[in-house]
Every structure is written in structure tokens, then in C-alpha cells.
Design a protein around this ligand. Structure first.
Ligand code: FES
Ligand code: FES
Length: 155
């Protein structure tokens, strides 16, 4: 076991973990930040997506030992002042969520996109969430919600 001080959502979390544990397992099992979901646990589905220094990464295939000195942002860090982020609002109101298992990962991928490109096209949105698999929605409502959050025209 090693000791880690992890910068997550603007706070410092202290925890002991084995260096070979995944960031996802540490988030969920040690820190009780269970918003990031474990779908495949092998880098295929995107449900575990978090941001590392602002870039989307798959936390199931990232070792906790690789995130020292880096800033992690999880879905729990998006609401401000107790209010959900506009992406969260639009995903909820426009039917972008069914079972919800893919939702945190999709929201984190979309958040990263909007930080770099506040007015993305539909194609850019679809590209940004291409690594996030949703088995329920067929993606149309998700894309519509993300367009609404970005304030771009919806077909
Ligand atoms: S749980 Fe990480 S990619 Fe599926
Ligand atoms: S809402 Fe069920 S997997 Fe996307």
C-alpha cells in the first residue's frame, strides 16, 4: 500500500491504495465517489470517463499511481453552488438518460468538448462522445441535449 493525496474536484483526498489499482476503483471503492460507472472495466465503453488535467480519460485503465500531481474532475465536481451543470439539466429534460449507466461518462466527454469548443457542430458532438457507448437511447436525444447545452441549433 502507498499513500496518495489526490486532487479531485478541487479538493484533496487522502487515501491508501496499491499502485496498481485503477483510478476508477479508488474513486468508487475508497473515496465513495460512485458517479463514475464501471461498465466493462477494460477501456471499451466510456462509462468511467473522467477528466485528467482537462482531458477525458478512461479511469478504469488508468493507474492511481499515474494521477499524482494531476487534477481529476469527476461528475460529482460539475454542479456549482448546488445547481446541476447545464449539460446535466438538458440531458435530464430532453430524454438523454434512460438507464443512466452511460450518462456520467457522456456528460464528462461533452463537458471536455464544450470547454475547448463552446459551439460544436453535431458532427463534433458525435465525435466527442464516440467512445461512450449507450445501449438505451439511440444517441439522438443525447446529441439533442448536448446541442441544447451548447446553444447550437437542433435539427
Ligand atoms: S468501464 Fe472504463 S471503459 Fe468501460
Ligand atoms: S442510458 Fe442506458 S446505456 Fe445509455
Amino acid at each position: 500500500m502507498e499513500h496518495y493525496s489526490l486532487k479531485i474536484n478541487g479538493n484533496v483526498y487522502e487515501t491508501d491504495a496499491e499502485p496498481f489499482e485503477s483510478l476508477l476503483d479508488v474513486l468508487r471503492e475508497k473515496l465513495r465517489l460512485t458517479g463514475s460507472k464501471k461498465g466493462c472495466d477494460e477501456g471499451e465503453c466510456g462509462s468511467c470517463t473522467v477528466l485528467l488535467d482537462g482531458k477525458p480519460v478512461l479511469s478504469c485503465i488508468l493507474l492511481v499511481s499515474d494521477v499524482r500531481e494531476k487534477e481529476v474532475l469527476t461528475i460529482e465536481g460539475l454542479p456549482q453552488g448546488g445547481e446541476p451543470h447545464p449539460i446535466q439539466v438538458e440531458m435530464t429534460e430532453r430524454g438523454g438518460i434512460q438507464c443512466g449507466y452511460c450518462t456520467p461518462g457522456i456528460i464528462m466527454s461533452a463537458y471536455a468538448l464544450l470547454q475547448e469548443n463552446p459551439r460544436p457542430s453535431e458532427d463534433e458532438i458525435r465525435f466527442a462522445i464516440a467512445g461512450n457507448i449507450c445501449r438505451c437511447t439511440g444517441y439522438s436525444k443525447i446529441v439533442e441535449a448536448l446541442q441544447a447545452a451548447a446553444g447550437t441549433p437542433i435539427r
